[in-house]
Design a protein around this ligand. Structure first.
Ligand code: F0G
Length: 363
């Protein structure tokens, strides 16, 4: 591909940009809501504090529905349309349902989403409502909702668009391609939150595909992080009642468990747990020191990076990428709750503004 063609493709969505590396046929509709081509931002603060000069954040919250899910959803929905499916379904902790609802609306499909009761961030639910999905609030957790949609799609002509649909991971692997396309090589380490374990699996697929094509000379170590109260892979057994402030990764029995363990082991990486306190500290630091407002689940990757550095991982001279999976705007209440004090209210006069800011009037 020559440079102009590559530039032209860069902002035309995942299907066109990576058409040669995706399971696309002449019958696949080349739909796009502008997903992919997300920024890779150089850290100005956290990297320095841990001795890693080349730390980057992959801002997946910049995707059209505000999370990385859009990369996989565009492929899953295009393939569903190719197969003449008219209904899609998913279980979700919020982001998958927002993404499915967006692409479902765009393509005129009936979209059904099952979400665990009281466990989805307000912005994600608002998206599913606005996009017009049929929302079923399940009196149970995510794992139970996933079981239900698996059964439903087995007995009805309905396409399941959770990450157990292989087209989802095909689309999500494009984030690994983009990291390499920007850096010119693979990073030494990739830090990523782990919930249902699809994304870590997809990144590993992407890096492995580029490695097989000799686009990179080596693959990164995959560093996955679960929340302490929802850490089945770390514990080595399912967690029946997962708990964590990071609702997006409140999952007790990940669908891609085996593949995530393979990615960890083949890459010489780790899957570890971080506490809610560590997640919240990273969430605040990302916004206040890096200018990146992410959701708590996304902060798990940053918390994991900082924990690894504290535990002695030497990142001097290494290149690391943290995947920031979703935007903090999904859950604005959390930021407000975390504020030290409510914003100051003043009368609408310059004098009051100056007084509030401890500024002396210039006369
Ligand atoms: N970060 C965010 C913001 C997520 O929404 C998710 C998963 C993950 C990380 C973990 O990714 O599941 O591929 O390991 N959210 C799913 C959902 C489960 O339903 O939106 P994973």
């Amino acid at each position: 591909m020559d440079k102009t063609e590559e530039d032209m493709r860069a902002n035309c969505g995942v299907l066109r940009r990576y058409r040669d590396l995706l399971p696309i046929t002449s019958a696949t509709p080349m739909i796009s809501l502008g997903e992919g081509s997300t920024p890779l931002v150089h850290s100005r603060y956290i990297g320095k504090t841990i001795g890693c000069e080349e730390l980057y954040f992959k801002l997946e919250g910049c995707n059209p529905s505000g999370s990385f899910k859009d990369r996989g959803m565009v492929v899953a929905v295009a393939k569903a349309m190719e197969a003449r499916s008219t209904t899609i379904v998913c279980a979700s902790t919020g982001n998958t349902s927002a993404s499915a609802a967006a692409y479902g609306a765009y393509c005129g499909l009936r979209t059904v989403v099952l979400v665990p009761k009281g466990a989805v961030a307000s912005g994600k639910l608002a998206q599913a409502i606005a996009y017009g999905a049929q929302i079923l609030v399940v009196k149970g957790n995510f794992d139970q909702a996933l079981e239900l949609v698996r059964e439903l799609s087995n007995s009805h002509p309905i396409t399941l668009v959770n990450s157990v649909n292989p087209h989802r991971l095909q689309g999500q692997k494009t984030a690994a391609f983009e990291v390499v396309d920007v850096l010119g090589d693979a990073p030494d380490y990739l830090f990523i939150p782990v919930g249902n374990a699809g994304n870590i699996t997809a990144y590993w697929m992407g890096f492995s595909q580029y490695f097989a094509m000799e686009r990179i000379a080596r693959r990164p170590r995959m560093m996955g992080f679960q929340a302490e109260g929802a850490a089945p892979i770390v514990l080595g057994h399912p967690v029946e009642h997962p708990t964590t402030i990071a609702s997006a990764i409140r999952i007790g029995n990940p669908a891609s468990w085996r593949q995530a363990v393979a990615a960890r082991d083949e890459s010489g990486g780790r899957i570890d747990a971080v506490s809610d306190e560590e997640i919240l500290a990273a969430y605040k630091l990302m916004a206040s020191r890096e200018g990146i407002f992410c959701e708590p689940a996304s902060a798990a990757s940053v918390a994991g990076l900082m924990k690894s550095a504290r535990d002695g991982l030497d990142l001097t001279g290494k290149r690391a990428v943290c995947v920031i999976t979703g935007t903090g705007l999904k859950e604005p209440e959390l930021a407000a709750q975390q504020a030290a004090a409510p914003p100051l209210e003043i009368e609408a006069t310059l004098a009051m503004v100056e007084q509030a800011l401890d500024l002396v009037a210039m006369g």
